[in-house]
Design a protein around this ligand. Structure first.
Ligand code: ADP
Ligand code: MG
Length: 488
């Protein structure tokens, strides 16, 4: 298989990369592929032809990674594989690969968001010299036996294999895999943070379950559980046991650390547990609803320690990721979920994966109860019952009104003939939302927008779909409009 044309246009480069990615997909474990290869892009491909023959010509390819962390890992572990995939696709044997941090889709999304600071994946790997702790001393601890699985508090349901990767969580997932492969090494502690129901507990458990399978000694505790254990140890005068239990671990996962705030004695004890594990290069994984810097009321010394490792955030999933999560959950639970219903649920429930799952479970329950298959109609009923929105009917007129206000154009502009960039864009958005949130067909929408042909609406819908995928600002403003429309 040869790639005979010279690669001189960006379309060719992206075609070449697509083919190489297909090859890589067939050669790699799906998890590895999704975590490390999917976020990459091909920046440049250049051939220097030698006079004598194509065989002695050299080719150079530049692979873009979304961040330094990803770059280092990919270059070290998959550099040869990528080279051989591109070689196979192009038929070029003398291929030199360069890696650079650059504009991949994931990075674009991160960069173009307005709250860059909040959303940017952070790589704050502790430098030994600046580390708040001296890692050289390795105190001895009394060891107790390995914690049995049912005592680890791990949820066996949450694994890497059933975690769906999207731009919203790609970095957190990649770092978690990496931590799991190298417990207690550079990325310690791992601090996973983000809003409710976005997969922090799932990822933390995935790390724990994978490490448990490799024979590691693990415990997952919520802040509350840590407090309770501490209180009961203090009461029964069994602090030694408390200490040795935690300190004999290879991996301690503390879920929802924010609840430790305001509990001084617990913070103090946790500080010592943390130090002890850290000094002996044992892994600590912490989840939180906020960054360490934002945890008001947390002791400063804990904050410093939490921020000294690596932090990764989880954001709300985009439409495609929501659909993929629903499909994965349905598969896992043996539910037959038609793709149209998955899309309907993903359109109505925007930010919280837990709610998405709740709607799926209710849908399944209703379907079993009434012995009817899962359909759009049934989904509408379930959504009406479980979501607080939709007390007003979302009409195309309402959509036009809101979109016009949002983009500073008039309704007449939306339905009229003018095609300035701003108006055309607002019109496309309004048509796209009509398609998503009303039951109108393409011709009906066309009619509502000044008698346009249905093919114009199909085109508008596709354009906005694409732009939502490639530009997170646009995606956020469309989602914001949808959210507003659904408010009671
Ligand atoms: P958090 O701890 O951030 O509040 P959870 O980890 O408890 O959220 O996630 C809530 C639910 O959503 C869980 O059932 C989890 O399996 C699911 N979930 C969240 N993100 C994903 C994902 N990317 N892929 C699959 N399931 C997910
Ligand atoms: Mg949680």
């Amino acid at each position: 298989m040869g790639y005979s044309k010279p690669i001189d246009s960006s379309a060719d480069v992206s075609q070449l990369w697509d083919k190489s990615v297909d090859v890589l997909k067939s050669r790699l474990d799906p998890q590895i592929f999704a975590a490390w290869i999917k976020p990459l892009a091909l920046g440049r491909f250049q051939v220097t032809e030698a006079k004598q023959s194509a065989r002695s010509s050299t080719a150079e390819a530049e692979v873009l990674a979304p961040n330094k962390f990803c770059l280092d890992h990919v270059e070290r572990n998959y550099g040869k594989l990528i080279t051989s995939a591109i070689s196979d696709v192009t038929g070029r044997e003398n291929l030199v690969l360069h890696f650079r941090v650059g504009d991949c889709v994931v990075q674009k999304k991160v960069r173009s968001t307005s709250e860059e600071l909040k959303l940017k994946p952070r790589i704050d790997i502790a430098k030994k010299s600046q580390s708040p702790l001296n890692r050289t001393s390795t105190p001895r601890v009394a060891t107790v036996g390995r914690v049995a699985h049912d005592q680890t508090n791990l949820n066996p349901k949450y694994n890497f294999s059933n975690f769906v990767i999207g731009a919203c969580n790609q970095f957190a997932h990649a770092v978690s895999l990496r931590v799991d492969e190298n417990l207690g090494s550079n990325y310690n502690p791992l601090f996973l943070y983000g809003g409710v129901g976005l997969g922090k507990t799932h990822l933390a458990n995935a790390i724990g379950n994978a490490a448990y399978r490799r024979g590691k000694n693990i415990m997952l505790v919520s802040s509350e559980l840590f407090v309770n254990e501490l209180i009961s140890a203090l009461r029964s005068n069994r602090m030694d046991r408390f200490k040795s239990k935690f300190r004999s671990l290879d991996l301690l996962i503390v879920d929802d650390i924010q609840f430790i705030i305001g509990k001084e004695r617990t913070q103090e004890e946790f500080f010592h547990t943390f130090n002890d594990l850290y000094q002996r290069h044992k892994q600590i994984v912490i989840t939180s609803d906020k960054l360490p810097q934002e945890l008001v009321g947390l002791e400063e010394r804990l904050r410093t320690r939490f921020a000294s490792g690596i932090s990764a955030d989880l954001q709300a999933p985009d439409f495609e990721t929501r659909v993929a999560i629903l499909i994965k959950k349905a598969e896992g639970a043996g539910i037959t979920l038609p793709p149209a219903v998955a899309e309907l649920l993903a359109e109505r429930i925007l930010t919280n994966v837990r709610e998405l799952e709740g709607a799926l479970n209710r849908l399944q329950a209703q379907s079993a109860l009434h012995k009817i298959p899962i359909s759009n109609d049934l989904a509408e009923d379930v959504l009406k019952a479980c979501a607080p929105f939709r007390t007003v009917e979302i009409t195309p007129e309402l959509i036009q009104k809101l979109v016009a206000e949002r983009f500073n154009v008039s309704i007449n502009d939306l339905i009229g003939k003018r095609r300035t960039q701003n108006i055309a864009f607002a019109r496309h958005v309004a048509m796209h939302i009509c398609r998503r949130l009303t039951g109108c067909s393409y011709p009906e929408i066309g009619a509502l927008f000044g008698g346009r042909d249905h093919s114009t609406v199909i085109h508008a819908n596709r354009v906005i779909d694409e732009r939502r995928k490639s530009d997170s600002n646009i995606n956020s403003s469309v989602e914001e409009l949808i959210r507003k429309l659904k408010q009671p």
